[in-house]
Design a protein around this ligand. Structure first.
Ligand SMILES: NC(=O)c1ccc[n+]([C@@H]2O[C@H](COP(=O)([O-])OP(=O)(O)OC[C@H]3O[C@@H](n4cnc5c(N)ncnc54)[C@H](OP(=O)(O)O)[C@@H]3O)[C@@H](O)[C@H]2O)c1
Length: 163
């Protein structure tokens, strides 16, 4: 199973101002990239806070939402440990998944060594404070594979995790 962690960052390194912040600050080029890769991969895994900011299932993709107690129409709610979830998806024929955030879910997969590639887009905004990509101390080395300009304002960085 190949896993892609996809996130948009402010220029000062935050993914959101707080847990309820909508992703209305990202560029149209970043939204297009997100749409294309999540549709190609076919599965997106996210946390309940992130799902609430979106408010409905992302169409034409399997939406998996981590929640302890919520139920939603059109998405699969899970509490499985990440490794078990990926094994389950593999048995169902999926070969790739997108880890779509937020901070809690990125951290949960990253700390277990279950992220292969990161796509980080950097947007020209500054939040000053907010949620970081990860919320725990980690010590992980990356290889920079590609840097790409997405439109006029946004940089996309592709990193491979050195396992
Ligand atoms: N910039 C970006 O690319 C990007 C991407 C994604 C999200 N975001 C932003 O990130 C923010 C949300 O991030 P967040 O860290 O606050 O929350 P999150 O990771 O989206 O969701 C956390 C929630 O997931 C559930 N959860 C976590 N671990 C679980 C487990 N092991 N089993 C079952 N449920 C579990 C819990 O929900 P319950 O306790 O309610 O059940 C928990 O409160 C939002 O502002 C969103 O817009 C930004």
């Amino acid at each position: 199973m190949k896993t892609f962690l996809i996130a948009a960052l402010s220029a000062d390194g935050f993914i959101a101002k707080d847990s309820g912040h909508l992703a209305d600050w990202t560029s149209k080029e970043d939204k297009k990239f997100f749409l294309e890769i999540t549709k190609k991969v076919g599965v997106i895994i996210m946390g309940q806070n992130t799902y609430e900011t979106i408010g409905k299932p992302l169409p034409d993709r399997l939406n998996i939402v981590y929640s302890y107690d919520k139920k939603y129409e059109g998405v699969e709610v899970t509490q499985k440990n990440p490794k078990e979830l990926l094994e389950d998806l593999e048995k169902r024929g999926y070969r790739e998944v997108v880890i779509g955030g937020g901070s809690q879910i990125y951290t949960m997969f990253m700390e277990k060594g279950l992220v292969d590639t990161l796509y980080l887009s950097v947007e020209p905004v500054i939040f000053g404070k907010g949620l970081t990509l990860f919320n725990k101390e980690l010590d992980i080395k990356l290889e920079l594979e590609k840097e790409l300009k997405l439109g006029e304002k946004t940089i996309l960085l592709e990193y491979t995790v050195i396992h």
